[in-house]
Write a protein that binds this ligand. Structure first.
Ligand code: SF4
Length: 466
């Protein structure tokens, strides 16, 4: 697409926008010219493929530097009659944009107007976005840091999985013991790196993989190594993913409780056992319920994750799952739309997402969260996901996960340990600009084991300014 303009834009961002939101439209030449630009308003005329549209808007450029770029992109939707719930917003983290507008000095009302008139976002999505940002702002703390521990093993690999995860009974599963020993060594060396640094670890998160696959003995060894080597005195929450019921037993739950874990994430994804079986994921509802009872007895804050759009699931199946969810006294509920990602077996199988009728599902989710008195507290969007949907975490008041909020907002630095763990160094350049550097541990347990010592030298350098 050739772009002819009488103002300056970052052309590649316009090309990318077209690819994502107008993939089915062939445009040879896109033209835009400024018809009027006063203190009060900006008016541009867009034309392409014999179509013409005038887009006029209040002038926000006292604070917003890229208004005409956004008008050009959103104007393409007008020009080709494209209407989307999220309008011209394409980012994975739309809440970050809202927070930037807040720092620029806009009020929530003004931001709502900008989302409506400039980005064409539907009212319900605007409300969701602004509610989430208001909630996040109660928790965000750029002065703290967080810690992530990745356990890259699972009982089996789910077909949609794109995470750092290997089957425990695969060849790489043979390295399990060495992996745990190496992780403990990494914890010790990280303790050395963090010593005398002023950063306070606010949240600790075990993910993967399925961390609850660790044996009872190794749960104790790994968590005790953390307490012995890392300053966790400022910890506000300690979350452990117990995503697969087939890795859980009473003893493990008691160990986690005794060692300070206060939040567990159970991830059934659906209560439809056949669908899970077809995805290579064992699920025994009876055992799940027994474990849930234990978890509640021990007093954990509980999250449950679900995915909408799993292969083979009908709208009726999904509604049945959410009806079932009502029975569980949980604190958090996280709802994802299926995304077919590189690295998953669904991609290898050339699986294509089929759109399903969304309205009944949205109504059901609303019903469940209202009944549970939950509110949305974090959200992100994913490319290649069903219906271009957003993934939303809901919570009972006061039970929000600060780790999830900080991760999505990329507001705090992260010390990542274990397989596939991503460390992040977040530095504020000024109020609205942030620089983020990443350091990624190998996913593959064998590589993780072999490279750990060398990597720690690089990590020492990486975290030198923490
Ligand atoms: S449980 Fe999670 S991490 Fe493990 S294979 Fe399934 S999707 Fe991947």
């Amino acid at each position: 697409m050739e772009i002819i303009l009488d103002f300056t834009v970052k052309e590649n961002t316009v090309q990318d926008f077209k690819k994502v939101l107008l993939p089915d439209v062939d445009i040879d030449i896109l033209e835009a010219k400024t018809l009027e630009e006063t203190k009060e308003k900006i008016s541009i005329e867009l034309s392409a493929n014999g179509r013409k549209k005038i887009f006029t808007l209040k002038n926000y450029t006292d604070k917003m530097v890229d208004q005409k770029t956004v008008m050009l992109k959103a104007g393409m939707l007008l020009l080709f009659d494209k209407v989307y719930p999220w309008g011209a917003l394409v980012g994975v983290r739309p809440t970050k944009l809202i927070r930037r507008y807040l720092v620029m000095g806009y009020s929530y009302e003004e931001i709502d107007e900008i989302l409506d008139k400039l980005y064409f976002v539907f009212p319900e999505k605007r409300k969701l976005l602004l509610d989430v940002v208001k909630k996040e702002n109660q928790y965000l703390n750029a002065k703290g840091i967080n810690m992530y521990v990745g356990i890259p093993y699972c009982p089996t690999r789910c077909k949609y999985c794109s995470f750092a995860s290997y089957e425990i009974n695969s060849k790489l599963g043979n390295f399990y013991n060495e992996f745990v020993d190496t992780l403990i060594e990494e914890i010790k060396l990280t303790g050395e790196i963090l010593k005398n640094k002023n950063s306070k670890i606010e949240s600790l998160y075990f993910g993967g993989g399925t961390p609850s696959i660790l044996t009872e003995k190794d749960l104790v060894r790994v968590i005790e190594a953390l307490y012995e080597n890392i300053d966790l005195t400022h910890l506000k929450e300690f979350t452990f993913e117990a995503g697969r019921e087939d890795t859980l037993n009473k003893e493990k739950l008691e160990i986690l409780k005794r060692l300070g874990v206060d939040r567990l994430s159970l991830n059934p994804q659906t209560f439809n056992e056949n669908i899970l079986k077809n995805l290579n994921r064992h699920f025994d509802k009876k055992h799940f319920d027994e474990m849930f009872q234990e978890i509640k007895k021990l007093g954990f804050v509980v999250n449950m994750d679900f995915i909408i759009g799993l292969p083979g699931e009908t709208v009726e199946d999904i509604l049945r799952t959410f009806e079932e969810v009502k029975k569980y006294p949980i604190d958090n509920l996280t709802i994802h739309f299926l995304a077919v990602k590189n690295g998953s077996n669904l991609i290898k199988d050339k699986y294509k997402i089929t759109e399903i009728e969304n309205q009944k599902i949205e109504e059901k989710i609303k019903e469940v969260i209202e009944e549970k008195n939950m509110k949305p507290y974090y959200l992100y969007r994913q490319k290649n996901s069903m219906n271009w949907g957003e993934n939303v975490g809901y919570s009972i008041e006061g039970k929000e996960s600060i780790f999830n909020i900080e991760m999505i907002e990329e507001n705090q630095s992260t010390v990542g340990l274990g397989g596939g763990a991503i460390s992040k160094k977040v530095e504020y350049i000024d109020e609205t600009r942030v620089s983020i550097e990443r350091y990624i541990n190998p996913k593959d347990p064998y590589m993780y084991i072999c490279e750990m010592k060398d990597r720690m030298k690089q990590k020492e350098e990486f975290f030198s300014s923490l």
